[in-house]
Design a protein around this ligand. Structure first.
Ligand code: SF4
Length: 500
């Protein structure tokens, strides 16, 4: 999961992109980069770390030009060094810079094809480079100076749509041409654009919160399968190209509403805040039934900060139970499930929350969290609350059980790592050490994201395995990685045994 942004027609393009990236920091905290363009060519700064530390004031001065794109990176693929930090750049044709949010399910196959058929050798381990090369291949057919740029852009995008499978929201800066953005035909990852009421500049970003923050007026979401081009004169062009593909309903990632997007963001016309209220309200009947069955009275509703707060408030209102913020967060620690090793996750959880013992002692506590992925965080929090003296501890998840891997950019690819992959609720309760675990239902989730009047096409493949694209290649790759890991482990064991 990453944050992407692009601006064109602004005298403050790099600074606006920098501020936008700070607004999108929750989408990726590993690295950040900005690329600008003016008559002297491209200017680029990329670094590891948080947005604020990735750029110095001097960097922002050298990032000149009225157009800029930027990226906040959350690495699911690649090595994690600066070479893999976006924006990427290719010099032919035109000079194309690109940032991407999403994940290709046929990345290895595509990369191999680009290498053998088009002689495009990859310089990074990123699927963004594969998309950029595919797009560049399409654009390179447009050699004539008088060529119709928009037709060329559409053809190049169609080529991406036909060959790149998975999720991608793309923002691209093309020398002398302008800002181009497009979204995969299923619209799995978000992308929205707006216009500045005074300057006429355009801004495109992963979340609408960025537009409000920088004074842009929302125009609309980029539609699934749509390409948008804004040229350097500020002229706007767009076309929906998905007709070239098999007709499918949009499949927006439900996790954007549940966890990823900022609460003030509106996606596909549906406010994230309202959806989180709905998630809390929809849980009330199940929670009430369970508490009644267990003879629990006067529970305290305690959110696991930060995302679950809104749903927890709504749940407390529905139950008529007191809402108390009794887990105090150290805000300087990264989101735990984003960390890439169990050791790192453990450490972070140890440091992240501190309980208000005086209020928890002797009380029946209903912890509310946005989701349970591996269970690492939930297990530690339940233990923390028990050690603080709570009488009974229930754990409520605003998301239904996550049972399947995500191949579209969220880092829970290995089924064996998912707490709910093949377990019944009683086993999950035992594993987590909770007196009860209550999950949202899929129906409750769908009701919360959208209304009876406005149904939103959702991806919920990680809940029920109904993937909106063919994921057979990704499944094979995951199985291969798993068997490689096992082989490596076995090799190490044999070597050790030989030594002793
Ligand atoms: S599989 Fe789950 S996390 Fe991945 S895109 Fe679909 S809904 Fe989102």
């Amino acid at each position: 999961m990453c944050g992407v942004v692009g601006v064109i027609g602004s005298s403050q393009a790099a600074k606006e992109v920098f501020l936008a990236l700070t607004m999108l920091q929750h989408r990726g905290q590993d690295a950040a980069g900005i690329l600008t363009y003016d008559e002297d060519g491209f200017h680029r700064v990329r670094n590891l770390g948080l947005v604020e530390s990735a750029f110095t004031p001097n960097d922002l001065e050298i990032l000149t030009g009225s157009a800029a794109i930027g990226h906040a990176r959350y690495s699911t693929i690649g090595r994690g060094d600066v070479a893999d930090v976006q924006p990427f750049l290719v010099s032919y044709p035109f000079g194309i810079g690109m940032v991407h949010n999403g994940n290709l399910v046929n990345f290895s196959q595509l990369s191999e094809k680009l290498k053998t058929e088009s002689r495009r050798h990859p310089l990074t381990h990123s699927d963004t480079e594969a998309i950029m090369n595919l797009f560049a291949e399409g654009m390179s057919e447009m050699r004539d100076e008088k060529a119709n740029y928009f037709e060329g852009i559409c053809k190049a995008t169609e080529r991406v749509f036909q060959e790149a499978h998975g999720s991608y929201s793309i923002v691209s800066l093309i020398a002398e041409v302008g800002l181009v953005c497009f979204r995969d035909p299923l619209g799995i990852r978000p992308l929205i654009f707006g216009k500045h009421p005074k300057t006429g500049a355009y801004l495109v970003a992963s979340e609408s919160a960025v537009l409000y923050f920088l004074g842009y007026e929302v125009v609309r979401d980029v539609a699934p399968g749509e390409v948008v081009w804004i040229d350097f004169k500020g002229k706007f062009h767009s076309r929906v190209l998905a007709r070239v593909l098999e007709k499918r309903e949009p499949s927006h990632c439900m996790f954007e509403w549940v966890y990823f997007s900022s609460p003030e963001t509106v996606l596909e016309g549906q406010a994230v805040y309202a959806s989180r209220i709905g998630l809390g309200k929809n849980l009330a009947p199940q929670v009430r039934a369970r508490l009644k069955a267990d003879g629990i009275e006067d529970p305290l509703i305690v959110p696991v900060p930060e995302t679950a707060r809104i749903a927890a408030i709504a749940l407390a209102e529905e139950l008529g139970a007191p809402y108390r913020e009794l887990l105090i967060k150290n805000r300087y620690i990264k989101r735990t499930f984003i960390l890439d090793s169990p050791e790192k996750r453990q450490q972070a959880v140890d440091l992240k929350l501190s309980p208000v013992v005086s209020e928890l002692k002797g009380r029946n506590v209903l912890l509310v969290d946005d989701s349970i992925v591996r269970g690492t965080t939930s297990r530690k929090i339940i233990d923390l609350v028990r050690r603080a003296g709570a009488a009974r501890v229930y754990f409520v998840s605003t998301c239904p059980p996550i049972r399947k891997p995500c191949f579209y950019g969220i880092d829970f690819p290995d089924e064996a790592e998912l707490l709910a992959s093949d377990r019944k609720i009683s086993a999950i309760e035992k594993d987590l050490g909770a007196d009860g675990v209550i999950y949202q239902t899929l129906e409750g989730l769908k009701r919360s994201i959208g209304t009876p009047q406005k149904k939103i096409g959702l991806c919920h493949a990680c809940l029920d395995g109904d993937y909106p694209t063919d994921v057979s290649l990704a499944l094979k790759l995951t199985a291969k990685r798993k068997s490689d890991r096992l082989e490596n482990k076995q090799d190490l064991k044999t070597k050790k045994e030989r030594k002793t």
